[in-house]
Design a protein around this ligand. Structure first.
Ligand SMILES: C[S@@+](CC[C@H](N)C(=O)[O-])C[C@H]1O[C@@H](n2cnc3c(N)ncnc32)[C@H](O)[C@@H]1O
Length: 514
């Protein structure tokens, strides 16, 4: 039972609730890492505590933040014995009570990858009964080497907006919007928009996404000590300013706003503090002045007019309405350009689409004349890299449920007449006898993992011989691999990629055959 849930009549107090109270501090030695950016700690004879801001092996003082019927959650507020892997978080907002966006800012990048590898191995062992008999190496993506910063990679960020118009990120497991001032994991193309300097009063969220018209290595921010000369004709004109990382010339950026549900103008919700240095203008409205004395603009007109994005759109009830600019981004991956709806799915790390599509091709080993199926196809990335390899004598079928993504996939793949894009729920598509048989299957589902119908299709009479499973969630991956193995599939290879540095998220590509 969570601390806010009312206790039913006759319901007894659990062992955890007897042992811990929110706000209490305990001194613990931290044991293993757990899924979700937590570490596990056990006080002798007491139920388990999941601790954030800690690392395995550390002795910490932890403040209890939540008590459920089975376990407690806590933040490490003081480190008594630090791990050798501990570093000063590069983001000043990454601390207990601060921004909840990152989980592992306090660990070195190699340690973050080791923690993610340990979580994958743990999930495979516990949930799928699969012991890979070796450590799982989480590979850095190109661009995070040699810079090795783990920063500046996020090409889509959604900020929450407080009723007073200030945009920020939420605290961990909380609705509280933290005034972060800056987000160092955001790509420079996004940071450069200065979204956090505007007032977005009346908006519920403000989201920015950046496209790329160049290969990922050019799109990446140059490290601060990059020796590249701005005048070097061989280098793109990054128009870098002192103190700012270089950003590419060819910008393609969208800002997407959602309206706040309830945001009475001129009144602040209870408990929400004013933006840095709030003031009132002659009409009694907030004329917010930031700490640098720069007046910020009210939502929507001024902010929308001033923000230097190539497009601004409003999202309402699953519809995107352009205020100005185009409705889609251009992305560059696998040696070509892709059209992606402004609100649609695309890998957020600039090097991820390249890396994952190479891994999928390596997993499936497509040959001319092969038949392939791309499930959860998005804008058609994997279908698009498989299509030229199977050639006109082969065929590729892509299945995607989102109408805008299907439009993108059809536009992106129309150069290959042997590719068909079906708009359908994959659970229905795999039960449709009209779905072409495929020897090769790739699936890249959302975090919830494969629909049970997809597992049944693959373990039943689908005729598939090789399967590439692209997963962003080790827990649902492990669940599905357990079912696939029980249904006759064999795991040949598992690769893991650090596509989300500083966070607990990790991307896996598993090769299966039967
Ligand atoms: C993780 S994205 C992968 C997209 C693509 N493979 C890529 O790498 O760009 C998952 C995609 O699955 C789609 N999707 C989610 N649930 C679905 C379902 N039940 N049936 C079909 N598509 C679905 C989403 O719209 C999204 O485009």
């Amino acid at each position: 039972m969570g601390e806010c849930e009312p206790r039913g009549e006759g319901e007894s107090v659990s062992e955890v609730e007897l042992a811990y109270q929110v706000g209490q501090t305990v001194e613990v030695t931290v044991a293993d890492v757990a899924q979700g950016g937590w570490c596990v700690a056990r006080l002798e004879g007491l139920p388990v505590i999941f601790v954030r801001h800690a690392l395995p092996g550390e002795r910490v003082v932890a403040r209890v933040t939540e008590v459920t019927s089975r376990f407690a959650r806590a933040d490490a507020t003081e480190v008594l014995e630090a791990s050798a892997d501990r570093v000063e978080p590069p983001c000043p907002q990454a601390h207990p009570g601060g921004c909840g966006g990152c989980d592992w800012q306090h660990a070195s990048l190699p340690a973050q990858r080791a923690l993610k590898g340990a979580v994958i191995a743990q999930q495979l062992r516990r949930v799928a009964g699969l012991d890979l008999d070796r450590e799982i190496t989480v590979e850095p993506l190109p661009g995070d080497e040699p810079a090795e910063s783990g920063l500046g990679w996020r090409t889509r960020v959604q900020f929450a907006v407080r009723p007073d118009g200030l945009a920020g990120l939420r605290a961990h497991r909380s609705h509280e919007v933290i005034d972060i001032g800056d987000c160092p994991i955001a790509h420079p193309a996004i940071r450069d928009l200065g979204l956090l300097d505007y007032s977005w009063e009346g908006a519920g969220t403000v989201e920015a996404a950046a496209g790329s018209t160049e290969p990922a290595d050019l799109f990446r921010a140059a490290p601060p000590d990059d020796p590249a000369q701005p005048d070097d004709p061989a280098q793109p004109d990054h128009s870098a300013q002192p103190g700012h990382p270089a950003i590419p010339v060819h910008q393609d950026r969208v800002v997407i706003l959602t309206k706040a549900g309830r945001a009475p103008r001129g009144r602040r919700a209870p408990g929400s503090a004013p933006g840095r240095g709030a003031a009132r203008d002659e009409r009694g409205r907030d004329a917010r002045v930031r700490s640098d004395d720069r007046a910020v603009e009210p939502f929507p007109q001024e902010a929308v007019d001033s923000v230097e994005a190539e497009a601004v759109l409003i999202r309402s009830a699953h519809r995107l309405t352009p205020v100005r600019g185009r409705q889609y981004l251009t992305q560059f991956a696998a040696g070509r350009h892709w059209q992606v709806n402004a609100g649609g799915f695309w890998q957020v790390h600039p090097a991820a689409a390249d890396t994952l599509s190479e891994a999928v091709v390596a997993a499936l080993e497509p040959k001319p004349g092969d038949t392939a199926l791309d499930l959860y196809a998005g804008a058609g990335l994997f279908a698009g890299v498989l299509a030229p390899l199977v050639g006109a004598d082969g065929s590729v079928t892509a299945v995607e449920s989102d109408a805008a993504a299907v439009r993108d996939a059809r536009a992106n793949l129309d150069v290959y007449p042997w590719v068909r894009v079906h708009r359908n729920d994959v659970a229905l598509a795999v039960a449709d006898p009209g779905l072409p048989q495929a020897r090769l299957v790739v699936a890249d589902p959302p975090r919830a993992g494969l629909a049970r119908e997809v597992v049944d299709y693959l373990t039943g009479g689908s005729g598939a011989e090789r399967f590439a499973y692209v997963s962003c969630d080790p827990a649902t991956l492990a669940r599905d691999l357990g079912l696939l193995i029980a249904g006759g599939w064999r795991v040949d290879r598992l690769r893991a990629f650090d596509a989300f540095p500083m966070t607990h998220h990790v991307e896996c590509v598993v090769t299966l055959s039967r």
